[in-house]
Design a protein around this ligand. Structure first.
Ligand code: FES
Length: 182
């Protein structure tokens, strides 16, 4: 049996720190409802590994005693879970219908042009991943976008998009040069 086939056949392992964090989340629910911790556990996997692979979904399913497909449904339903590695800055532009009618698609096109990538891709330097998203609950502020699932940006004109990308590039350059001087 090859190493790869062993890996596929076996139960994926979780690090000690992930197990400890999972246990804290599971403890918040009655024992028979530990599956309620699935979103928190997936978030922990993503914080530690950057994304949630199919193998990680299996590990979470095993830990919580639930079907892998049920975990996969959660991962694929919510935008915030990365199913593949993403760049340092994940830019999610809302292109749902209300935003589409108010320049959401134009904002996405502008970012594609500025970053030199298509929607769904990551820049060669690993800095930016560009994605479209479903409604972010701020339709009146269109074009709207989320940076790294947390920072909401509203009324994103082309000028504001340029400022955002340039600012994030400068931030990344500053942090890598300060890391190099340590
Ligand atoms: S449709 Fe874009 S925020 Fe609602």
């Amino acid at each position: 049996m090859t190493a790869e086939s062993t890996k596929q056949a076996g139960t994926p392992s979780l690090s000690e720190s992930m197990r400890a964090r999972f246990a804290r989340e599971v403890a918040k629910y009655p024992a028979e409802q530990k599956q309620s911790a699935v979103m928190a556990c997936l978030a922990i996997v993503q914080q530690e590994l950057g994304h949630v692979s199919i193998e990680n979904e299996k590990a979470v399913a095993d830990y919580l005693g639930m079907p892998v497909i049920a975990v996969h449904e959660v991962t694929t339903f919510y935008n915030m879970y990365n199913q593949h590695p993403v760049g340092r800055y994940k830019l999610n532009v809302c292109t749902n219908l209300p935003c589409q009618l108010r320049d959401g698609s134009k904002a996405l096109k502008h970012l594609e042009h500025k970053l030199g990538i298509a929607m769904g891709e990551t820049t060669a330097d690993g800095l930016f991943t560009l994605q479209q998203s479903e409604c972010l609950g701020a339709c009146a502020d269109s074009p709207v976008m989320l940076v790294n699932d947390r920072a909401m940006c509203s009324f994103m004109s082309n000028d504001k998009l340029d400022q955002l990308v340039d600012g994030l590039r400068a931030e990344a350059a500053a942090s890598s040069s300060s890391a190099g001087t340590k």
